[in-house]
Every structure is written in structure tokens, then in C-alpha cells.
Design a protein around this ligand. Structure first.
Ligand code: NAD
Length: 307
């Protein structure tokens, strides 16, 4: 029988070996991008991102700051354009139009969510598809769904890179994507179901109106959970040996934490860790990939627009 100490040790060892660490994959990607960044620099081109921030949502401010730091750390540039939440939508549209025509800018993103008074689709559709490094413009969505992507949304693309890096085979597997957002769920569905090397899966998309979600997740070889509900997916909802990708970033109040809150995913780590064959932790799993793929798309855009 296992003593408490050896049980803990076994759990710890298991946890280490079955975690899919986006932090490591992200470093691998930035290292591979560094030679392209150097080549562009030799031609006097510095990949540059323009980030548009509307309002004062604290999480959005942190995301923009982190993106900017990451770009600078990797030899690229990032400039933030701030608008107050009572700005006129036309001011934002005219800023985007100027950025579309500015040759020093290779990627444009609008940090979501926008305050309620703004129309996401009108604003996102103003970004020229060739600088749409978030991949949310209908042109790029269409390219992705037709199997010929130009810019792939960063979070699902990052998840595919994690699966590639850890050699997780998706072909013929049953995959369940929980959540149908334009940012994660829908493009994830498109990527996993395409005739791509990391694709060819049979994909079921579940959402808030799905009946008997557990029936679907218990049958899945791979589950991608992107719903925004802390610790939602429990160990008793998944198949033994399945691969679980936790996209969630949820702030929960914790008085003992340094920051008075802590970040948890959509997956209940404790109950899932010893049932899944692999699991992405939060933090340190999908999160670092999103930002790495933004750099990847911006460098691709700089190359594409300068050949
Ligand atoms: P969203 O908030 O736009 O939509 C949530 C989705 O979850 C909806 O499609 C809804 O149908 C589904 N849903 C809600 N309750 C459900 C339930 N009980 N059962 C099944 N489905 C349910 O989603 P989003 O923008 O994709 O964000 C999801 C989570 O992922 C959030 O926590 C967000 O912060 C996080 N996120 C993380 C990254 C990253 O870089 N790691 C990037 C984007 C989003």
C-alpha cells in the first residue's frame, strides 16, 4: 500500500510527466522566429504590432502590456493606441484606416472585449486582412474554413503547436471542443477537422445548449475546454488517458494570494491530472502560446508584405 508520502511523490511525478508546457513550446517558437526577425532587420524592417485598447478593463490592459513587452523582448516593436470608453466609434475606425496604410505597421489588433457601446464586427472588419494578425476578419475566417489559412487565430493555433510539439496524434481521434466563440471554439473546430497534419480528427462542438455534455466528453480522446467557468471540467467527465487542453483564464478571489486573486482554468486540475494522459496547466499552458503565435503572425505579415 502507498504511504501518504509515496502517494504524493507518485502524484508529483505523474504531474510533471503529463503536463503540456506551453512555456517550453513558446520558447521553441520564438527561438525559431529569431532568424527571420534578424533577416528582416538586415533589410531595415522591424516587425511592428499596433494594438488598439478601448476603455480601462484591467485584464485587457495587462494583456496589452504583456504583448508589448514580449514583442520588445524578441527584437520587434509594439505601439498601443488608447481610446476612452466614451470615444466615438468613427475615431477608432479612422485610426485603423491610417494603420492599414502605414508601411511600418505589420500587424493590427483590437483588444477584445470592447465596451458594449461598440460594434465588434464593424471595427474588426476595418482591419485590412493582410495585417489581421488575430485572424478574426471574415476574409481570414473564410480562408481558414476553406483549408487555405493566411492568419490563424492565435490561441487555437497555439494549441495545435502544443499538440505538434508533444507529438500528440489527432488523426482519426474523437475531439470535443467545449465553447463556440469566434476566438477559440470555432477556429479550433476548423483546425482539428481540416486535412492538416495535426488535424483529420472527428470533432464535436459543444456549447451552453448541449444536452448531456458528459456523454460527449467521456467519449473524447482530446478535449479542448474554452468556456470561462472556473474548474468546470471534472475528472469524472473524461475518459482515462485522454488529452485535456485547458484554455480558461479565470480570476478567482483568494485572500491569501499576493494579488488577492489567483488565475485558474476551466478544468479542475486536481481531479483531472491523474485520469488524463496529458493536461495543459493554468498558468503556463495555453496562455504563453497565444502571445507567441501573435509574434509568429506579425513576423509572417512583415515577410509577406515585404516580398
Ligand atoms: P466566450 O466567453 O466568448 O464563450 C464561452 C463559450 O462557452 C460559449 O460558446 C458558450 O456556449 C460556452 N459555454 C458556456 N457555458 C457552458 C456550459 N455550461 N457548457 C458548455 N459550454 C458552455 O469564450 P472565449 O472567449 O472562447 O473564452 C473562454 C475562456 O478562455 C475564458 O476563460 C477566456 O478567458 C479564455 N481565453 C484564454 C485565452 C488564452 O490565451 N489562454 C485566449 C482566449 C480566451
Amino acid at each position: 500500500m502507498l504511504t501518504n508520502k509515496s502517494f504524493l511523490l507518485k502524484t508529483e511525478m505523474n504531474q510533471k510527466s503529463n503536463l503540456l508546457l506551453g512555456k517550453i513550446v513558446s520558447s521553441d517558437i520564438t527561438q525559431k522566429l529569431s532568424s527571420s526577425i534578424k533577416d528582416l532587420k538586415n533589410k531595415n524592417i522591424i516587425p511592428k504590432l499596433a494594438a488598439i485598447l478601448v476603455g480601462d478593463n484591467p485584464a485587457s490592459k495587462i494583456y496589452i502590456k504583456n504583448k508589448s513587452k514580449f514583442f520588445v523582448k524578441n527584437g520587434c516593436e509594439s505601439e498601443t493606441f488608447n481610446f476612452s470608453s466614451d470615444s466615438n466609434q468613427s475615431e477608432i475606425i479612422s485610426c485603423i484606416k491610417q494603420l492599414n496604410n502605414d508601411d511600418s505597421i505589420h500587424g493590427i489588433l483590437v483588444q477584445l472585449p470592447l465596451p458594449k457601446s461598440f460594434d465588434d464586427s464593424i471595427i474588426l472588419e476595418t482591419i485590412t486582412p493582410k495585417k489581421d494578425v488575430d485572424g478574426f476578419h471574415p476574409y481570414n475566417v473564410g480562408k481558414l474554413f476553406s483549408g487555405n489559412p493566411q492568419f490563424i487565430p492565435c490561441t487555437p493555433h497555439g494549441i495545435i503547436k502544443i499538440l505538434d510539439y508533444y507529438k500528440i496524434n489527432t488523426s482519426g481521434k474523437n475531439c470535443v471542443v467545449i465553447g463556440r466563440s469566434n476566438i477559440v471554439g470555432k477556429p479550433m473546430f476548423a483546425l482539428l477537422s481540416q486535412k492538416f497534419e495535426t488535424g483529420n480528427a472527428t470533432v464535436t462542438m459543444c456549447h451552453s445548449r448541449t444536452n448531456n455534455l458528459r456523454h460527449h466528453t467521456l467519449n473524447a480522446d482530446i478535449v479542448v475546454c474554452a468556456i470561462g467557468i472556473p474548474n468546470f471540467l471534472k475528472g469524472n467527465m473524461i475518459k482515462k488517458g485522454s488529452v485535456i487542453i485547458d484554455v480558461g483564464i479565470n480570476r478567482i478571489v483568494e485572500n491569501s494570494a499576493k494579488k488577492s486573486y489567483k488565475i485558474v482554468g476551466d478544468v479542475d486540475f486536481e481531479s483531472v491530472i491523474n485520469i488524463a494522459s496529458h493536461l495543459t496547466p493554468v498558468p503556463g499552458g495555453v496562455g504563453p502560446m497565444t502571445i507567441a503565435m501573435l509574434l509568429y503572425n506579425t513576423v509572417s505579415s512583415a515577410k509577406l508584405n515585404n516580398t
